[in-house]
Design a protein around this ligand. Structure first.
Ligand code: TRP
Length: 477
């Protein structure tokens, strides 16, 4: 069933560039500015980064094309789109089951994504207040959080985690904004948000990177990010890199199927997808070049892990000129990136509710936004009141994890690669070849290259990360 607006038409992007902007907005998120630098730092830099880039172009890009193809052809929510392609290809409609898994995964991801974005919101608030007090004191270009010891700055994160009410307020605010935008629909909600926020994001990213190049240690950062020490490229590291490539490109959970379904006109999916992959990877690399010069200038540890941007950077901003201002802008930048991604995640189940259940957009976004909000509450309580809860205690891989990490781990290590695997098999082996050629606008040599990747490389590589991710023992430790 195709949902329609009052005028009888399904919603759509106003232009090809509007779609690209929204899709880049979906791709560029916490994955690029928070997770990528974290992982690059933890996994030793260069070799990880280069392997990551290879994954994006050899495996990620063909999957981007495939997901957009499914949505563009189906013109329906993720499940409906896969079903239509199955019908047109004369294969079982049951293939749409992997769409249902994607819808569930996107719903679960947005629930904890909003909690993490809530931390960013808190830090934006702290740094914003600090900057205002710097301005009021007549010293707008001073460092951040002056007079606070390194321990005190790092302690802020523990204080935040111990405070369920504060965590909840931030999560509520972020989810509220996400829900508000999605409820407004494709044109005046998601597209409008991307049109305003993405240019703002790029200006901030470039400005802070240039700042870092001047006051920080760009030489060390470049060496760290691009000099490969291949001995560091263990199977575990490769596994992490491929998983991160899928997450960062928003693959495997029907996000691009859903966004692709709002494309109206016909245009080649090749150039569109290449633009998305390049923009996403460019932003990840630039984020590294924004963060590490600052980290190295102060002699801090690049391998700090998930707390890198929350504990390491605010302290670095203390010693930097205009650190109060730049620190504030830095968290605003992450926040902006997070919003355009969280709306893409919430749009997946919302579109499903509209297309499959026949709900209004308002109702559907409320149901799923509200549901994700509740699951997010469980995630944030996992840091304090429910810190003993282990959701998957029977499963050694997840047995030690708190609630948020369990949902993150399960969606990222199981659902996302499974979704990508079935997408590859379905598009590579089941979808009608003529239909694929016609709807992607790809032919000749590049069609053969893309086919090879989607039919062989992707299933093999993604299947491997799925299995080695689930049974890390196979790789040895
Ligand atoms: N790609 C986003 C990021 O890097 C997260 C995201 C948005 C996502 N939509 C998605 C991840 C769909 C998987 C699937 O932060």
């Amino acid at each position: 069933m195709v949902a329609s607006t009052a005028s009888g038409e399904r919603e759509g992007w106003s232009s090809r560039s509007a779609f690209i902007l929204a899709a880049v907005g979906a791709a560029v998120g916490l994955g690029n500015v928070w997770r990528f630098p974290t992982l690059a730092g933890e996994n030793g830099g260069g070799a990880f980064v280069l392997f990551y880039v290879a994954c994006v172009f050899l495996l990620g890009l063909p999957l981007v094309i495939s997901e957009i193809f499914l949505g563009r052809t189906g013109q329906d929510d993720a499940v409906g789109s896969i079903r239509k392609v199955a019908e047109k290809s004369g294969v079982s409609k049951r293939w749409s089951a992997f769409g249902i898994m994607g819808v569930i995964a996107a719903f679960l991801i947005v629930s904890f994504y909003s909690v993490v974005a809530g931390w960013v919101l808190y830090y934006a608030g702290v740094m914003g207040a600090d900057f205002i007090s710097a301005v009021l004191a007549g010293d707008p270009f001073r460092g951040a959080l002056m007079g606070e010891s390194q321990d005190a700055i790092q302690g802020r994160m523990g204080d935040l985690f111990a405070n369920p009410v504060l965590l909840l307020s931030m999560h509520l605010a972020f989810m509220g904004v996400t829900l508000f935008i999605v409820a407004r629909g494709i044109g005046s909600g998601i597209e409008a948000a991307a049109t305003i926020l993405m240019p703002m994001f790029f200006v901030l990213l470039i400005a802070i990177t240039i700042y870092g190049a001047f006051v920080g240690d760009m030489g060390d950062a470049l060496a760290f990010l691009f000099t490969p020490d291949w001995s560091k490229l263990t199977p575990q590291v490769m596994n992490t890199a491929l998983g991160q490539a899928l997450f960062s490109l928003s693959l495997g959970v029907a996000g691009l199927i859903t966004y692709g379904s709002y494309i109206k006109g016909s245009s080649g999916l090749g150039p569109t997808s290449i633009t998305i992959a390049f923009a996403d990877t460019g932003v990840a690399l630039l984020s590294g070049l924004m963060i590490f010069p600052i980290v190295f200038a102060v002699g801090l540890d690049p391998a700090a892990g998930p707390t890198l941007v929350f504990q390491t950077l605010p302290f670095a901003f203390q010693t930097m000129p205009a650190g109060a201002l730049i620190g504030f802008l830095f968290f605003v930048l992450i926040l902006v990136a997070a919003v355009t991604s969280s709306i893409s995640l919430l749009e997946v189940p919302t579109a499903w509710g509209i297309g499959e259940m026949g709900w209004s957009r308002r109702k559907s976004s409320l149901v799923f936004g509200g549901g994700a909000f509740l699951i997010g509450i469980a995630c944030l309580l996992g840091y304090n009141l429910w810190s003993d809860v282990r959701l998957l205690s029977f499963w050694p891989l997840f047995a030690e994890l708190d609630i948020l990490d369990t949902i993150d781990g399960f969606t990222g290590k199981v659902m996302l690669p499974l979704g990508a695997f079935f997408t590859a098999i379905f598009v590579g082996w089941k979808a009608d070849r003529k239909l694929v050629e016609q709807m992607t606008g790809i032919s000749g040599f590049w069609l053969a290259v893309w086919r090879f990747s989607i039919a062989w490389l992707c299933p093999l590589a993604v299947g491997t990360i799925l299995i080695t991710g689930l049974f890390p023992g196979i790789l040895g430790d």
